[in-house]
Design a protein around this ligand. Structure first.
Ligand code: ADP
Ligand code: MG
Length: 681
């Protein structure tokens, strides 16, 4: 019954119907899931003698003396006198001639509206009204207010939902009784009913809580089912890793630096996972420069010691090469055999390396997507490390997993507050490096107002003459690749022809071919380019220790987390580094936001501020992650996320396929279909 198309259940115009389709509302159920955005409490009546001008008045009485006239402005005015047993007041409607027809002077009505006090008298202007009957919809209750999207108005939605109210009885409970009890949640039917027809404010709160809980709970069920699948897929004998005490010491002794406590802690977590009988599924989060590579190296070494292979996959060639170089530095002392497999190698070279991978002549293979081409077969892949995992599509990540059932370590430099991570990456264990290697200097960050721009350019030129290098990031342009490339090209022309005529300026953007991009990056690395202009899409986690200045144009258009990522590209060498933010608009709001960057140097702290200010959708590209738009729950409601997760864990650990929970299973499938949900890793 609930899947009845709306136009069959109620009368509606074609225009309304089309708009509903746009809003994704096709069936009655969809309509019931169109939740109010707010409420207005019109449940308390007052009397004409008590009318106030500072809030809405809800009055019961009759309207008489209705008449129609044109105002000087040309507006059509309907006016009348509204009276109850305490007095009378003038009431006016603008441009609503039908009122003359519907209002009958002998009939009692309910009016609700604001009163204004002009020319020494009180007038009610454009009040809502409703004839007194048993079930009042728009007045005399707590009235829901819906998002309006013409011709769909709140009034329209209220009327249609009231009309189809009896269908609400077809809603069935699917949540296991025990959860409702433990979580003190109200029944599903009651929650949906009360969201549209609340009998008290308290009930609105309870209904919202129930419906928000459900969304988060279903997301957690999906994530935990995935995790269960993952653990089920392993084959017992394949991974049989053991790690001895002195092994880590041996590794640490060879490292060119001392591990930070945070690195040490994460390595411990990873080692515990590696020795379990099912494969690891772990997300390692750590700010840019926090030293995630060393963790990957430790894990790779442990796996190597057990005679298994490791694959490390990075999103770009330049990053893959960088990893190759730093790992060569670390493993130079051991007999680990390493190689690099990237797309730009000759076919012959690629085949050759693939052959060695197959024969087990390579222990650690580092590369790009080239690693997951069909011709690559591992002899015995024990560990897959995916750097900047969000840059890979879900499929690409899955392929690497499908080479046997290796341990999987995902790494990301995009910090996500912990509880949000539980939702986005609910199927993975999470490790965090929350500490920078000792001796790192904070990057001095400044907002540069337009009148200081020239001074900044002089200063930067001076720095370059002293041997430093500069990144220039161009603003996001309406998410349009084309415009962005254009603005970067213009910036490049301006800088190379006018501002930094004496410096070597280069350009890199997303429309360049991979090898052109790599060439520009390499030229920058080798100092053939001193000032590199780049679009924001070219996210190069590149290591150029000599680059000490990051200039960001249109800075207010980026989120704090992203700005922080850009900033992380400098400050990798011995010299003090700087980040200059050039806002294009200097509204207090955006300056305040950028100020947070001047003051904070932890990616996690900034992510939290970002989350508070902009909500999660914007920041983490929630859509790409496969998390649906939530109607009720907020991804910032950490308390509720934890509650939902705990309950989901209880259910999945007893009955991972939900065979004992038939209606819940049905609801879950419905949810997955409705929202087309797929969740990371
Ligand atoms: P990211 O987390 O961004 O991948 P990297 O692993 O590339 O960071 O490390 C950044 C730099 O810091 C590298 O040059 C690395 O050699 C260095 N590094 C990593 N760990 C430490 C440490 N504990 N002490 C000093 N330097 C370190
Ligand atoms: Mg890295």
């Amino acid at each position: 019954m609930l899947t009845e198309r709306i136009h069959r259940a109620i009368r509606t115009t074609k225009r309304h119907q089309e708009k509903l389709e746009d809003l994704g509302i096709k069936t009655l159920k969809d309509l019931f899931f169109y939740f109010p955005r707010a409420y207005e409490d019109l449940s308390q009546f007052s009397k004409v003698s008590e009318i106030r001008t500072d809030c809405k008045n809800v009055l019961k009485g009759k309207v008489t003396n209705l008449s129609k006239r044109r105002a000087r402005t040309g507006k059509l005015l309907i006016s009348g006198i509204f009276s109850d047993n305490t007095g009378s007041v003038e009431v006016i409607w603008f441009n609503q001639p039908y009122i003359l027809e519907v209002l009958n002077p002998n009939e009692e009505i309910i009016l609700s509206g604001k009163a204004s006090f002009d020319f020494n008298r009180i007038t009610l202007k454009n009040p809502d009204f409703e004839k007194v009957k048993e079930n009042l919809i728009h007045t005399a209750r707590i009235v829901p207010i819906y998002h309006e999207s013409p011709p769909i108005t709140s009034k329209w939605v209220r009327e249609k939902i009231a009309l189809t109210k009896s269908y609400l009885d077809f809603l069935e409970e699917y949540m296991p009784e025990e959860i409702l009890e433990r979580q003190k949640l109200i029944n599903f039917k009651k929650a949906i009913k009360s969201i549209h027809f609340p009998s008290s404010k308290d009930l609105i709160i309870k209904s919202r809580e129930r419906l928000a809980f459900d969304e988060l709970f279903l997301i957690q069920l999906i994530a935990l089912q995935k995790r269960w699948q993952w653990m089920k897929n392993y084959s017992e004998n394949e991974l049989n890793i053991s790690i001895s005490e002195d092994f880590l010491n041996e590794f640490k002794n060879k490292l060119p630096f001392t591990l930070t406590n945070a690195q040490q802690k994460v390595i411990d977590e990873v080692f515990i996972d590696l020795q379990k009988k099912y494969p690891m599924l772990r997300l390692l989060q750590g700010d840019v420069g926090s030293g995630k590579t060393a963790v990957a190296a430790a894990a790779a070494y442990a796996v190597y010691k057990n005679g298994l292979q490791t694959a490390i996959m990075a999103p770009t060639e330049i990053l893959a090469k960088q990893h190759f170089n730093s790992l060569t530095e670390i493993f130079g002392f051991f007999d680990v055999k390493m190689d690099l497999l990237v797309g730009s190698l000759s076919e012959k070279n690629k085949k050759n390396i693939a052959e060695k991978i197959k024969n087990g002549q390579i222990d650690i293979i580092i590369g790009t997507h080239a690693l997951i081409q069909e011709y690559v077969h591992f002899k015995n892949l024990g560990l897959a490390v995916i750097d900047e995992q969000h840059r890979f599509g879900v499929k690409q990540r899955d392929i690497l997993k499908s080479h046997g059932t290796p341990h999987l370590l995902n790494m990301t430099a995009t910090p996500i507050p912990r509880t949000l991570a539980l939702t986005l990456y609910g199927d993975q264990d999470i490790s965090i490096i929350d500490e920078m290697p000792k001796g790192r200097k904070n990057i001095i960050t400044r907002i540069v107002p337009e009148h200081k721009r020239r001074d900044a350019y002089f200063w930067i030129e001076d720095q370059v003459k002293k041997g430093r290098q500069v990144f220039v990031i161009c603003p996001l342009v309406d998410e349009s690749d084309y415009l962005e490339v254009k603005s970067a090209t213009q910036e490049y022309e301006k800088l190379s022809r006018e501002i930094f005529q004496n410096l070597k300026v280069g350009l890199v953007h997303g429309k360049l071919k991979a090898d052109e991009k790599d060439k520009a990056m390499n030229d920058f690395k080798e100092k053939k380019i001193e000032v590199l202009v780049s679009t924001s899409v070219v996210e190069v986690g590149i290591d150029v220790p000599n680059a000490t200045i990051m200039m960001i144009e249109g800075a207010e258009r980026f989120g704090l987390s992203q700005l922080h990522q850009f900033r992380g590209r400098v400050g990798r060498g011995e010299h003090q580094s700087y980040c200059f933010l050039f806002p294009t608009n200097s509204s207090i709001e955006s300056l305040k936001r950028l100020k947070a960057l001047e003051e904070n140097h932890s990616g996690f702290k900034l992510a939290e501020i970002d989350l508070e200010q902009r909500g999660p959708g914007e920041i983490y590209g929630i859509n790409q992650s496969g998390i649906p738009d939530l109607k009720m729950a907020s991804l910032s409601d950490f308390e509720l996320i934890k509650r939902a997760r705990n309950e989901a864990i209880k259910i999945i650990s007893q009955d991972p396929t939900l065979d004992k929970y038939v209606s819940l299973k049905g609801k879950l499938n419905e949810f997955i279909n409705d929202y087309n949900v797929s969740i990371c890793p």
